[in-house]
Design a protein around this ligand. Structure first.
Ligand code: ATP
Length: 282
């Protein structure tokens, strides 16, 4: 397999973008108040190896990490460092080679496909770069689809609150093709939140959005943590996006190499530059 170059790819220039944390500092009455000290997800000694022989790639190398309840964590790292693999393994979308991965108290390793499907459906929300909405359904039908499939009753009061928070009240009868990219991603966020999952995994949620729509989605995810007590884990290349999180975990070569709490776009960029410099001298 072709070796990928180690490149950082900030999607937004810092100088032209407002710094979220400087304008909205996290206070003890907001994000920290909803933290319970419990882990929403936890990985211990996680290893993931793809292929064998000459094509063998160690994507995750003894990774241990905790995502506490009510916290917003960003995962950053150069291309090919294992961010998506970590997220997929911890969300039960991919199997691990060895180690342990829990959602709440449930060990994912060893679960059968059916059990994994149920765990994902009942406990995990997903937001992908490519929205993943069904084109024939309205926004509202897309939002309630996972609960409809699971045969679960929709909590109307909660749904109203979620729809209100994402600012979709006037657009619920629209189909995805009648919505902008930012609005479609808001539908995807509402869908992820509607079933009150234990954790939301967001994979580059702003990767396909212009910076204004991206900022809206990031504020929304931030507010879902602050106001609704949601746990969010987000993979991103963008230091500005990472600055919305409570904590940034840095991966390189399949290992966790650093972590930053209370990040600003500048402090994230600074950390990334240091890794780049190290990579060039080692
Ligand atoms: N299905 C696969 N088969 C073989 N190798 C894979 C597979 N998926 C990922 N890899 C390899 O595992 C390593 C980690 O990949 P991963 O996609 O997790 O990195 P990433 O940090 O998310 O990268 P990017 O930022 O470019 O999306 C890379 O070397 C990649 O080539």
């Amino acid at each position: 397999m072709e070796e990928r170059p180690v490149l950082w790819a900030p999607a937004v220039q810092i100088s032209s973008t407002r710094h979220f944390r400087q304008e909205h500092p996290v206070t003890t009455t907001t994000a920290t108040a909803v933290r319970t000290g419990q882990a929403a997800a936890r990985a211990t000694g996680l290893n993931k190896v793809y292929g064998e022989g000459e094509t063998r790639v160690v994507a995750l190398d003894n990774v241990s990490v905790v995502f506490p309840q009510g916290e917003y964590t960003a995962i950053m790292g150069p291309s090919g460092s294992g961010k998506s693999t970590l997220m997929h393994c911890m969300a039960g979308l991919d199997t691990v080679s060895s180690g342990s991965s829990l959602i709440g108290d449930t060990e994912l390793v060893g679960l059968k496909d059916k059990q994994l499907t149920k765990l994902r459906r009942d406990h995990i929300g997903f937001v992908f770069q490519t929205f993943n909405l069904l084109p024939t359904l309205t926004a509202l039908e897309n939002i309630t689809l996972p609960m409809d499939i699971a045969g679960r009753k929709v909590d109307k009061e909660w749904l109203d609150r979620v729809v209100d928070t994402v600012g979709l009240s006037g657009r619920l009868s629209h189909r995805p093709s009648q919505l902008s990219g930012g609005q479609q991603q808001r539908v995807a966020c509402a869908r992820a939140l509607a079933s009150k999952p234990d954790i939301i995994f967001a994979d580059e949620p702003t990767g396909n959005l212009d910076s204004r729509s991206g900022a809206e989605i990031l504020s929304f995810l931030r507010n879902s943590v602050r106001e609704l007590g949601q746990t969010v884990v987000m993979v991103t290349h963008d230091p500005v996006a990472a600055s919305y999180a409570d904590r940034v975990v840095f991966l390189a070569d399949g290992r966790i190499v650093d972590e930053l709490t209370g990040p600003t776009a500048d402090s994230v960029l600074d950390r990334m530059r240091r890794f780049d410099a190290k990579g060039r001298t080692s």
